[in-house]
Design a protein. Structure first.
Lengths: 374, 334, 242
């Protein structure tokens, strides 16, 4: 039973984290048409900030100073024990580093987002996606190689999590907290995307030229979309770091981005409700198809399958991505067309009025002529 | 094993070179010569891989993330045919051409052609190719992890012997000659295909203006198949040569992916531009890494970042490519 | 028996219908003009008949055979030929290679030589530029190349979508004279869309007037030219005085 509870808790927490990430990707890709395939970069920035700041504060509070040469002090082996001690005892540190990380990650995420919007002005579509993906890889390689900020390829673990002082109950509290934040993000994103700003994003996505003609500053709209998207992704990264209790640069390969793409594509680009659905499905598959989880849940399966199951999971993800594109590119819950008075009026004009007017005129012409003849 | 260079250890062995070289060449000269030799080898392979990506992109608008998997499958096809089925190294080479070629055609028929018919955008092609890549890479891994664990890491049975030692310390192996030779042969053959044959010209015509190609009577579906086959086959043979050089695993191709894209993008998705960029990237990658490693102690794990930096810089600075040879075909980016 | 009979064509793009049931026929050696205001669906009609745009319903009979369902490449094999309004050359191929592609379906090298000589005799400029990239040609030269390319396949019927667009009046007249010459020599029927409606109506044997995706008038070019009610529909908008 404990295994089932642990699994459910884990799924729920990842659901909340990935929901924020997928919503942020939806703002960029779904609404603004910017394929930010470097999503994992901004996610990792949040995690690096959370990890390094909380670790540094924890070792400082613990008075731990025997660092190893060439590494941040918290990367030394014994720092782990010092940090977990602080985490267990100091409520103030636990909650303080969490709050601080959230704020800093939102700010840094937004700033990096604005900077990274430069490629969106130069490139579009597939090449924009490739360049952002490459940027993410550059940062991952650097973080994996250098001890700064998260201890390179050793990784950083044992950082104080916000509810570490509560013991086992902390896990439940953290899941609840993630969902409070994810819920808040969902409603904020819903409001933003249904506002005039959301329509500005869509107009840039659908026709940059027209949007520009109608006085939209394309560069600013794109930068805003990237800023909001990246700040939210960094926020998700913070939640991830405190869920895992550590940060490993090796985790930030492009795969999480691919999962997020699958979530948004499956649920429905430019539809936040769809993204909630798509994220749920993909997270469940991602968490369930895992040898240790399947073992813990007591599901009897042949060893050969268990050895291959994580790989088969990604095969399945690939199949899902291709099937959606082929059979339902609008996603499970498609985008709703804009429905404001002016749009309705315009579409009436375009779809019915204009052609009939023209053809009627033509008909009249011919019938006139025939009349004259007869 | 003597004279065999594994990529991961090539820098460490330069320390070895330092000791021996007191007798022969200065160690840094030896190191640079070695970096250039390895650079030509890897560069030839990048060129072989990237030129397929380029022609496929030109003809079908697919920026194919699954292209790297054809490299892996080439290495594995060669292994199965040369080792498991005992067809020898020539049999392995044929398999490394044909199997990835067919795989690429099937990939197009099942995924990209249907998407193209329903009017998908190039970005959707890219996403679908990521999906295809996941399927190809991870099904091989799943197979290796569950059924055939010897597949987790493969080696071809014949090791490339050192045929000459430059200055007595820098080994030149068969592979150092084989890779550029195959690269040159492929370039000449493709050049002849594109300039002398009706089929090759029809491929260029389709890349240049697909609708008009249909109107002129070109069977663009046949052209698609030929294009994908050539792309897959070139990637496959590069995978084979790589596996001949150093052990391969199911993720080998994936690690080349961004090098391949960097070469194609630097070459502006032109035929010769891509080939030259591939070779240059191989040399630049190895030589800069060697120099940066020896002078400022930059870790060798930054080597892939060189490709990435080139890729991003070219895309932002000159998205149309840096080395664009306009003399032949495949010229403008759509 | 007409060479081409397109009956009740309903066509357009994806999910938008542009042509609402059009019937046209082309007889032996006829030059038929297709005129109408911008956006009336002239290009779309040809594209639909050729299989490039979407055919919703209707029938295309070519030389007595039902070719409705054939894709464009097959229609070319049957003997049709088409000069599109835009993107009508291969810019990345040389002039010579463009012409070779035009003759893609001719297997006989002798035939190819013959056609090439014919085309060069009509457009001597092209011979001078045979090794230039088509993308580097001037607008007028491109139009000539497009026409030449379409002639290479030994067509039995030609669709020409504004072949004189963007050409200087003198060159445009030249090109139209060439068309008449081709018709007289090879007896190839042509469906000609022309910017200069007046000119097209004058030189054609018959004409269709298209508006809003429907045929609003058809008959002898001269008759249509004289119809007052149609003047403003197309002539007023365009180069009435040209
Ligand atoms: N590729 C396309 N997709 C969707 N609609 C199109 C496309 N091409 C043209 N249309 C629409 O079809 C209608 C007819 O266009 P078409 O190009 O056939 O007109 P036309 O008579 O050839 O005009 P012109 O004299 O300007 O060449 C127009 O309303 C146009 O917007
Ligand atoms: Mg037109």
């Amino acid at each position: 039973m404990a295994e089932v509870a642990g699994f459910v808790l884990n799924v729920l927490t990842f659901y909340g984290i990935y929901l924020i990430l997928a919503l942020s990707f939806n703002i960029e890709y779904g609404f603004a048409g910017l394929p930010n395939f470097g999503k994992v970069l901004f996610y990792s920035i949040g995690a690096y900030l959370a990890g390094s700041m909380s670790a540094w504060i924890a070792v400082t509070v613990a008075g731990f100073a025997e660092g190893e040469p060439g590494k941040p002090v918290y990367c030394a082996g014994p720092a782990y024990t010092a940090m977990t001690e602080v985490a267990k005892t100091s409520v103030l540190v636990d909650i303080g580093v969490f709050m601080l990380s959230l704020v800093v990650a939102l700010i840094v995420g937004a700033v990096v987002g604005v900077i990274s919007s430069y490629p969106t002005l130069r490139l579009r579509g597939d090449f924009l996606a490739i360049s952002l993906l490459a940027l993410g890889e550059i940062v991952r390689i650097a973080a994996y190689t250098e001890y700064w900020p998260v201890c390179g390829y050793d990784g950083l673990s044992g950082i104080p999590t916000p509810f570490a002082w509560m013991g086992d109950a902390g896990k439940y509290a953290y899941t609840a907290l993630v969902w409070v934040i994810a819920g808040g993000v969902y409603f904020t994103v819903q409001r933003m995307t249904n506002s005039p700003w959301g329509r500005a994003l869509k107009s840039v996505r659908d026709d940059e030229l027209a949007a520009e003609v109608y006085g939209k500053n394309i560069a600013r709209v794109k930068a805003q979309a990237m800023a909001v998207g990246s700040a939210l992704a960094a926020l998700a990264g913070v939640l991830y770091a405190f869920h895992v209790g550590g940060v490993f640069a090796a985790d930030f390969i492009p795969l999480p981005t691919f999962l997020v793409i699958a979530m948004v594509m499956l649920g429905g680009p430019a539809n936040n409700k769809g993204v909630v659905l798509g994220t749920g499905v993909i997270v469940l598959i991602d968490q369930l198809l895992n040898a240790s989880v399947l073992n813990a849940l007591g599901i009897p399966l042949p060893q050969g399958f268990l050895n291959a199951v994580t790989y088969l999971k990604y095969v399945l993800m690939g199949v899902i991505i291709i099937l959606i594109l082929m059979f339902r590119p609008q996603g499970l819950i498609p985008e709703k067309p804009l429905d404001t008075p002016i749009v309705r009026r315009a579409s009436e004009l375009v779809s019915t009025h204009m052609p009939t007017q023209q053809t009627q005129a033509a008909k009249e012409n011919t019938s006139d002529r025939q009349d004259k003849r007869s | 094993m003597r004279g065999r260079i594994s990529r991961s250890s090539s820098w460490e062995s330069s320390t070895l070179a330092r000791e021996v070289s007191t007798v022969e060449l200065p160690w840094y000269i030896a190191g640079i010569i070695r970096a250039i030799l390895d650079g030509i080898l890897m560069g030839s392979l990048f060129a072989l891989m990237a030129v397929g990506l380029t022609i496929v992109y030109r003809v079908t608008q697919v920026a194919n993330f699954a292209h790297a998997e054809y490299v892996t499958y080439g290495a594995y096809a060669a292994y199965v045919f040369a080792v498991t089925l005992e067809f020898g190294m020539i049999g392995g080479a044929v398999a490394a051409l044909v199997i990835p070629g067919i795989l690429a055609v099937v990939n197009d028929e099942l995924v990209f052609k249907p998407l193209w018919r329903r009017g998908s955008t190039p970005l959707h092609f890219l996403v679908a190719s990521i999906g295809s890549g996941l399927i190809l890479r991870y099904s091989l891994l799943a197979f290796a992890a569950s059924v055939a664990t010897e597949f987790l890491k493969i080696r071809l049975p014949v090791f490339p012997k050192a045929i000459y030692q430059i200055g007595g310390i820098v080994p030149v192996t068969y592979v150092h000659l084989l890779a550029p030779a195959v690269g040159v042969a492929a370039t000449v053959l493709l050049h002849l295909l594109f300039t002398r044959t009706k089929l090759g010209k029809a491929m260029r015509a389709t890349a240049s203006n697909p609708t008009l190609a249909r109107i002129t009577g070109i069977n663009i579906f046949l052209i698609r198949r030929v294009t994908w086959f050539i792309g897959g086959a070139l990637a496959g043979i590069a995978g084979y040569i790589y596996a001949y050089y150093t052990p391969a695993n199911p993720e080998t191709g994936w690690f080349f992916l961004l090098w391949i894209f960097a070469a194609a993008i630097m070459g502006g998705f032109t035929f010769y531009g891509t080939i030259i960029s591939g070779i240059l990237l191989g040399i630049i990658g190895n030589v800069t890494m060697f120099i940066a490693n020896q002078t400022v102690g930059l870790s060798t794990s930054y080597q892939p970042a060189i490709a990435l930096v080139v890729l991003v810089a070219v895309l932002l600075w000159r998205p149309e490519g840096v080395i664009r040879l306009q003399s032949l075909s495949l010229r403008t980016r759509a | 028996m007409p060479v081409l009979e397109a009956r009740d064509i309903v066509g357009g793009y994806r999910d938008s219908v542009v042509i609402h049931g059009v019937t046209i026929t082309l007889g032996d050696g006829e030059i038929v003009a297709l005129v109408g205001p911008n956006g009336s669906g002239k290009s779309t009609l040809i594209k639909t008949i050729y299989g490039v745009a979407r055919l919703f319903s209707g029938k295309v009979i070519f030389l007595g055979r039902d070719v409705t369902a054939l894709p464009p490449e097959q229609k070319t094999r049957e003997g049709m030929s088409f000069v599109p309004q835009t993107d009508n050359i291969f810019p990345d191929l040389t002039v010579m290679e463009n012409l070779e592609m035009g003759a893609y379906l001719l297997d006989d090298p002798g035939k190819f030589k013959e056609r090439l000589e014919l085309v060069f005799s009509i457009f001597p400029d092209l011979e001078r530029f045979r090794d230039r990239l088509a993308g580097s040609l001037s607008g007028g030269q491109r139009q000539m190349l497009a026409m030449a390319r379409a002639l290479m396949s030994e067509p039995k019927l030609m669709f020409l979508d504004e072949p004189t667009a963007g050409l200087a009046p003198k060159i445009a007249m030249e090109l139209l004279r060439v068309l008449l010459k081709i018709r007289d020599e090879a007896k190839i029927p042509m469906l000609l869309v022309e910017q200069h409606a007046k000119r097209a109506l004058e030189m054609s044997d018959r004409a269709y007037v298209l508006a809003g995706g429907r045929v609003v008038a058809e008959g002898k070019g001269r008759d249509i030219l004289e119809r007052e009610d149609l003047q403003e529909l197309f002539l007023g908008v365009k180069h009435a005085g040209a």
